[in-house]
Design a protein around this ligand. Sequence first.
Ligand SMILES: O=C1O[C@H](COP(=O)(O)O)[C@@H](O)[C@H](O)[C@H]1O
Length: 266
Amino acid sequence: MAFSGAKEDGREVKIYEYLDELSTDLADYISELSEASVKERGVFAIALSGGSLISLIRKLCEAPYSKTVDWSKWYIFWVDERVVAKNHVDSNYKLAKDGFLSKVPIVPSHVHSINDTVSAEKAAEDYEFVIRQLVRTRVISVSDVSDCPKFDLILLGMGPDGHIASLFPDHPILDEKDEWVTFVTDSPKPPPERITFTLPVINSASNVAVVVTGSSKAEAAHLAIDDVGPDVPSSPAKMVQPTKGKLIWYLDKAAASKLDCTKCSE
Ligand SMILES: O=C1O[C@H](COP(=O)(O)O)[C@@H](O)[C@H](O)[C@H]1O
C-alpha cells in the first residue's frame, strides 16, 4: 500500500500504487468481515454495486479465498440495479454473475436480484419487500438507530460525477428518508431506469467500502473525502457517512491524485 490514513471522523482512506495490491487487500478485508459476521450471526449479507467494482473483487474467486471463505453463508444483494433484463449487457446482476458469482459456490437461492419484468417503480417496491422479509428472519440485521436494514457490508463504486449506487448529484432521491429502495427513470448515466438503495440504508450498514480507481475520478474523490467547504458541487459520495458503521475508501494513486494527503502515512 502506498498510503493509509484515518480521518478525524473515523473514516479510513487507503491508497494503492498497484491495482493488484488494492484487489488483494480488498479481498482480505471482505473475507475477514465474512468470517466475523458468520461467527457472530451465522450469515453474511453483502450488497454489491455494478461497474468497475466487480473486476476489483475478482481475487475472491482465487485461492486462498475461494477455499477459505464460507460461501454457503453468503447472501447477495444489489445496492443498485438497472431495470433491464438479467441477460442484458447493462445489467449489474449479469456483470456480477459473469465476473464473480458464477466462479464461487454461493447458494443460488441466496442471490437476491431484482424483478426485471416490471416497471422501475414496481421493481423497487418488490425489492424492498424481499429485504423486509429477510430483515424479519434476521438474514439481514436491523439498525438499532433507524429501523433500516443493517447490511454486514455494502460495496460501492463512484462515478466521475461523484454518484454512488444510482444516487446522482442534485437528484431529489438524495433526500429520501422513508423508503429503503427507490427508483429513478431519469438517470443521467444510461440506462435511465434504475432502482437504488437510499442513503439511510447505505448509512445504516455495519461496514461500507467505496472502491475508486482512475484519474477521471480524482476530482470527485477530492470533493467527497477532503474538507472542501460548502460552496462545492453536490457530492452523493460525500453523503456516505455510516451512523455507527465503519467506512473505508479504497483508491488507486490516480483516483487519489487530487487528495489533500497531509494526514496520510506510509
Ligand atoms: O452506473 C453505475 O455506476 C457506478 C460507478 O461505476 P464505475 O464503473 O464508474 O465504477 C456503480 O457503482 C453503480 O453500481 C452503477 O450502476
